[in-house]
Design a binder for this molecule. Structure first.
Ligand SMILES: C[S@@+](CC[C@H](N)C(=O)[O-])C[C@H]1O[C@@H](n2cnc3c(N)ncnc32)[C@H](O)[C@@H]1O
Ligand code: SF4
Length: 408
């Protein structure tokens, strides 16, 4: 089952935000995340807030688009009544779960609700995640016609034995087909990969990377497999059926990924993300990492507006009940104080190729920068120009730098 929600203050039924949330809003981008919490089967490694048909407790997938559209309208009213300026959405992201479990017309309905409630900014980025076995050529064309600009496919691996360990149901031979259909429809293409699956060798990983590069995607996300508590994968590892991921092998896999992706013209811009050029970066994810504002629609979705963060009830049946009664679907919320916001900014922005303004750091962190330069971890010229920029990409490297920038 999905993981538990954080504990915090109750969220008001009217969704109104404190006055502090509006301060500086004109200078922040606004995005919308729509969480579509349905999957055909649950992959053994995944603890996302998603439900198979047997787990829906009476909630109906066919009702979901209408409920999400109602939350979008609720959001527009609540932000307006809270004194936030009207801002068109510069990014919209449908994630899951598997958004493409719903018919394209349902996704188009939800996007139309965003257009009605907020408007779409010129050149808005509109993405949907998709499983390779949940789309076809006509569906992708319908999404492009509805205003989608980008699709992110959960490819994970090109190697059948690795896909089997991950419980992935798609045939790897389908990936080139769906990428071609997406491109024919005029959609930008991103591919998600996972590395460090039990039993996956460095050669297996090279095969996946070579396969990805042959498909010439605009964007690649490569995530180290995380063994989440409570998942089937965690149980299989605990029982000894599968070996735990090996940190050293995962580090080698990361280096191989960065080397091959860079050589093929995909540059890193966040430690787990590479893109063909600056225009192909995920602007929606960048907005999360740089602390912009977004409203998260749907069960379990998280939102952030001006330092206020809240999250919705997790189960689709509970969500349907809240939306049906006209109340906010939020389960809890918290208002971040300035020191907590500053720490979050450092944690996230250190991982960006563009780095982070030195001004984000407390005096002890600024003092640490000289040592990081001396150790070759931070670019000296960038620091002189007022930014902390990693000398090379690396998840573990970024973690090590953060520990020194945020001394206890
Ligand atoms: C919501 S899924 C993407 C869409 C679709 N449901 C799919 O799986 O193809 C988001 C991505 O998170 C990544 N992910 C999920 N659980 C993970 C885990 N335990 N470790 C690493 N990556 C994970 C996968 O790469 C997946 O593509
Ligand atoms: S298809 Fe995606 S969201 Fe669904 S269980 Fe698998 S990884 Fe998780």
């Amino acid at each position: 089952m999905p993981s538990a929600l954080p504990l915090a203050d109750p969220a008001p039924a009217d969704g109104l935000l404190p006055a502090s949330a509006a301060a500086g809003a004109d200078d922040r981008a606004f995005g919308v995340y729509l969480h579509v919490p349905f999957c055909r089967v649950r992959c053994g490694y995944c603890d996302f807030n998603t439900y198979t048909a047997e787990e829906l407790r009476g909630a109906r997938r066919s009702d979901f688009a209408g409920q999400a559209a109602e939350e979008v309208a609720f959001a527009a009213r609540a932000l307006d009544a809270s004194g936030l300026p009207a801002r068109a959405a510069s990014t919209v992201f449908f994630g899951g779960g598997t958004p493409t479990m719903l018919p394209p017309a349902d996704l188009a309905h939800m996007l139309a609700a965003v257009r009605d409630g907020f408007g779409l900014a010129p050149g808005a980025e509109v993405t949907t995640e998709a499983n390779p076995d949940s789309v076809d050529a006509a569906g992708l064309r319908a999404l492009a016609d509805a205003g989608f600009t980008r699709v992110s496919f959960g490819m994970q691996s090109a190697v059948p034995s690795v896909l089997a360990t991950l419980d992935r149901t798609h045939d790897p031979e389908r990936v080139p087909l769906v990428v071609g259909w997406a491109r024919d429809a005029g959609l930008a293409v991103s591919l998600d990969l996972i590395y460090g699956t039990p039993g996956e060798s460095l050669d297996d990983w090279r095969t996946s990377l070579d396969t990805v590069l042959a498909l010439e995607p605009d964007h690649v996300s490569a995530y180290a497999l995380i063994v989440e508590e409570g998942t089937a994968l965690a149980r299989r590892i605990r029982s000894g059926e599968l070996p735990a991921p090996d940190d050293d092998l995962q580090a080698d896999m990361y280096d191989l990924a960065d080397g091959l992706l860079e050589a093929a013209g995909l540059g890193w811009y966040e430690v787990s993300n590479w893109s063909r050029d600056a225009a192909s970066r995920s602007r929606h994810n960048l907005a999360y990492w740089t602390g912009e504002d977004w409203w998260g629609v749907g069960p379990g979705a998280h939102s952030h507006v001006g330092g206020v963060r809240w999250w919705n009830v997790k189960h689709p049946a509970a969500y349907a009940q809240r939306i049906g009664s006209g109340a906010s679907p939020a389960a809890g919320r918290e208002t971040l104080d300035a020191p907590t916001r500053a720490v979050e900014r450092v944690l996230l922005e250190t991982r960006l190729a563009d780095g982070m303004p030195l001004g984000r750091l407390a005096p002890a962190g600024r003092t640490a920068v000289a040592g990081l330069i001396a150790d070759g971890l931070v670019v000296p010229g960038a620091a002189l120009a007022g930014r902390v920029v990693l000398t090379r990409p690396g998840r573990l490297l970024a973690d090590a730098v953060v520990r020194r920038l945020l001394p206890a």
